[in-house]
Design a protein. Structure first.
Length: 318
């Protein structure tokens, strides 16, 4: 639901403005040592259909180091089946990455209240599987609310969400959306830089809230490695990795048109990942390219392609 809503938003905004080895290959081995972040598989982010158990098998087969958790799946397992699953993941040297937040905090009060009421059960299911991270994104503009009105609304709602998650040991990552084509698509621009997101996190004032950083938004916001180095590893909850199409000015980049990590070298993924390593970020990093060609590939080919791209990007880490 989370990623579907996101794609709907960015498509609307765009309209407004005009070889990892197959069969058991590994994404480890050639990148610099000393990192604690994991190469993460989120099947939905790359257009791959897989059940939770299939995703675990695919992550192991193609050399990923973590995999997205599914709250419904974890919540439905018996204690015995859950322990078996955890043991299987440990044997495969896999851990869980980040879950998407199911609460609609961007719309009307009724939808928010309904989502918040269901959050405890969602969080409990994740926690019993050892999951510690949840992520979501913020719309970078609004048709009716001014920046200050929107800021206050987000601080209040996200504080309530953070409190509900904290009771189950879960941390909340917030992602800003950087492209000018997105934040200028509505009447009132909202948070679209790391500095602005840091201000919102400070206003929320809960120790389990931090950033979801995306190389695409880092690039389109005009940011550098120094912007990341201001923070500590614990301040970052999850990370997305992408590249941008070549030959398009940064101010004209559109969120639905991305490339796989390290595909074009438009985005300096080496500096981006290097800064994360320097602050000792220890969470998942996954590809989110919104790429039509990737989504059209057969499943194994798509997974090989993504694993290879992630391996290439991590080898560039500075």
């Amino acid at each position: 639901m989370e990623r579907t809503d996101r794609r709907s938003f960015i498509r609307a905004a765009a309209a407004t403005v005009g070889a990892c080895v197959a069969g058991g290959g590994t994404a480890r081995g050639s990148e610099p040592t000393g990192r604690r972040m994991t190469i993460d598989l989120v099947c939905g982010a790359i257009g791959v259909q897989a059940s939770p158990r299939e995703a675990i098998e695919l992550a192991h087969r193609f050399g990923f180091e973590s995999v997205a958790p599914d709250a419904g799946f974890l919540g439905g397992l018996s204690d015995g089946d859950l322990q078996g699953l955890i043991a299987d993941m440990k044997a495969k040297k896999l851990v869980f990455g980040v879950a998407g937040l199911p609460v609609n905090f961007r719309g009307e009060d009724v939808a928010f209240d309904e989502g918040l009421a269901k959050l405890d059960a969602f969080a409990r299911s994740l926690a019993r599987g050892g999951v510690t991270r949840v992520g979501t994104w913020l719309s970078p503009a609004h048709d009716r609310l001014t920046y200050l009105e929107n800021f206050r609304l987000h601080a209040r709602r996200l504080r309530a969400i953070a409190e509900a998650l904290r009771g189950h040991g879960l941390r909340l990552g917030l992602e800003y959306v950087g492209p000018k084509t997105s934040w200028s698509a509505r009447r009132f621009p909202f948070i679209h830089t790391m500095k602005e997101m840091g201000e919102l996190i400070a206003e929320i004032a809960r120790d389990n809230v931090g950033f979801t950083l995306d190389s695409w938004h880092w690039y389109t916001a005009g940011e550098t490695g120094d912007d990341i180095l201001r923070w500590k590893g614990r301040d970052v909850i999850s990370v997305h990795l992408n590249d941008a199409p070549a030959g398009i000015p940064v101010g004209e980049q559109v969120d639905t048109r991305r490339e796989l990590p390290a595909a074009t070298s438009v985005i300096d993924v080496g500096t981006f990942l290097g800064a994360l390593r320097k602050i000792d970020y220890d969470g998942p990093v996954y590809a989110e390219p919104f790429n039509a060609a990737l989504r059209a590939m057969p499943r194994d080919q798509a997974l090989e392609t993504v694993a290879s791209a992630m391996k290439k990007a991590f080898a560039l880490m500075k």
